[in-house]
Design a protein around this ligand. Structure first.
Ligand SMILES: Nc1nc2c(c(=O)[nH]1)N[C@H]1C(S)=C(S)[C@@H](COP(=O)(O)OP(=O)(O)OC[C@H]3O[C@@H](n4cnc5c(N)ncnc54)[C@H](O)[C@@H]3O)O[C@H]1N2
Ligand code: MOO
Length: 406
């Protein structure tokens, strides 16, 4: 386990041990953000029949090929209340948007182009076959697959799933992620830190990343830098059969960095420790049965960046999503950058757009991995590959956007 693992290799090793969690049935009202475990096909056709797209008169186009045309009104059809009968020669049907077109009719003339005259209507515009008619199956037809397995359902997908005829869907179980903060110096948010103490902040961001990816965060609180306390908390996660255990802090080489030996004592087979990245170098990963263990560094920016690069993809894979890799985008450098060392750099940066609409990422001057303020201000992470040569403003670069809710 000596040497620093490149970021893509570390991520590949974490992901290779993971597969989608078993599916469960979820009613549509609870399905926002859930990932489909099976493709969703149409159980019905939409619209189920030819229908009117406008309020007006359903006609046979041939009867009103030229205007004006005077037709006898034989009845009415509204959405939810069809006419039932058939339209004969020189007949019209009063019709409203969404109503089934009567058989025989093949066009609708909007009411603005018609004058009602008792039992008759005078059409002031000629009708055209198919005008203002929505054909059966315009949107989709029974049997068609519209939403693939692995699709994370958004608001629009829920409407589509409902229209397809589904009241519930099969979704991968939500990954459960236990989060354990470690350190004698930590007190919970809202508590008054004693002398030599600070507030534990990292768990909130990690829980936020978990929720944003559709997982369920399980807070294990704060364990002091004591073997028994940390081991007990790790064992709580194991007993709880969580899918992922995230520890925070104690990952480095100091005398009080106990996490690695205690994970191993609890039966976690460690896969790797230390990644060629900045921030986040001392991250570790391992497995115990079905549980992934990620030991994130304590520095807030390091922990949060690691959660975006390794934990979020793991949750996506456990959810059965195909888009597991971090979403990177091309941009241009906003200022000159020095050459980089052997650690891939994830720099907190502002994101603007030049006059051509090209994304421009400008790294903040302070990149200390303890600083939450520039992290919260950052609109993207600017990625400088390991050993990147010095670069000039305007050169191409790669970014990861940090939009809400991240
Ligand atoms: N001699 C060396 N020292 C360090 C190395 C190294 O290679 N050699 N690596 C440095 C790097 S890089 C990092 S990152 C840190 C990470 O160390 P740990 O994971 O052991 O983290 P801690 O020492 O426990 O804490 C670091 C820092 O973060 C604060 N912290 C911890 N947990 C939280 C939390 N939940 N919320 C907010 N802040 C937290 C903690 O108080 C420390 O200030 O190690 C370097 N050292
Ligand atoms: O990797 Mo540490 O995260 O550089 O501060």
């Amino acid at each position: 386990m000596s040497g620093l693992l490149p970021v893509p290799e570390a991520r590949a090793r974490i992901l290779s041990g993971l597969e989608a969690l078993p599916a469960e049935r979820v009613v549509l009202a609870d399905a926002l953000g859930r990932t489909l475990a099976a493709p969703l096909a149409a159980l019905r056709t939409q619209p189920p029949w030819d229908c009117s797209a406008m309020d007006g008169y359903a006609v046979r186009a041939a009867d009103a090929a030229s205007a004006p045309a005077r037709l006898r009104v034989v009845g009415e059809a509204a959405a939810g209340r069809g006419f039932g009968g058939r339209l004969g020669q020189a007949e019209a049907l009063r019709i409203f948007t969404g109503a089934p077109l009567p058989s025989g009719a093949d066009a609708v003339v909007i009411q603005e182009d018609a004058t009602r005259d008792g039992d008759f209507v005078v059409l002031n515009e000629a009708a055209r076959t198919g005008r203002h008619v929505r054909r059966a199956g315009l949107d989709f037809s029974e049997g068609e697959t519209l939403l693939p397995a692995g699709r994370r359902l958004g608001a629009r997908d829920l409407a589509l799933a409902a229209a397809l005829g589904h009241g519930a869907i099969d979704a991968a179980r939500r990954p459960r992620v236990a989060i354990l903060a470690t350190g004698d110096e930590l007190v919970a948010a809202g508590e008054l830190p004693g002398a030599d103490q600070i507030v534990a902040s990292n768990s909130y961001a990690i829980a936020g990343v978990v929720a944003a990816e559709g997982g369920v965060a399980v807070d294990l609180g704060i364990a002091p830098d004591e073997r028994s306390a940390i081991l007990a908390a790790i064992n709580r996660a194991i007993d709880d059969e969580v899918d992922v255990l995230v520890t925070l802090g104690g990952a480095s080489v100091g005398d009080h960095d106990l996490v690695q030996p205690l994970l191993e004592e609890a039966g976690v087979a460690l896969d790797f420790w230390r990644i060629a990245m900045r921030p986040g170098k001392p991250m570790m990963a391992g497995r115990r049965g079905g549980m992934l263990a990620l030991g994130l560094p304590g520095n807030p920016v390091s922990a949060i960046v690691c959660s975006l690069l390794f934990l979020a993809p793991a949750i996506r894979k456990l959810s059965g999503r195909p888009d597991v890799e971090p979403p990177l985008a091309p941009a241009r450098l906003g200022r000159d950058m020095p050459e980089n060392d052997q650690r891939e750099d994830y720099m907190r940066a502002a994101l603007t757009f030049d006059s051509d609409g090209i994304a421009v990422a400008t790294a903040f001057p302070r990149q200390d991995s303890s600083m939450l303020r520039p992290l919260a201000d950052a609109e993207c992470l600017l990625i400088r590959p390991a050993h990147a040569p010095a670069a000039r403003a305007g050169d191409a670069c790669s970014i990861m956007a940090l939009a809400h809710p991240l």
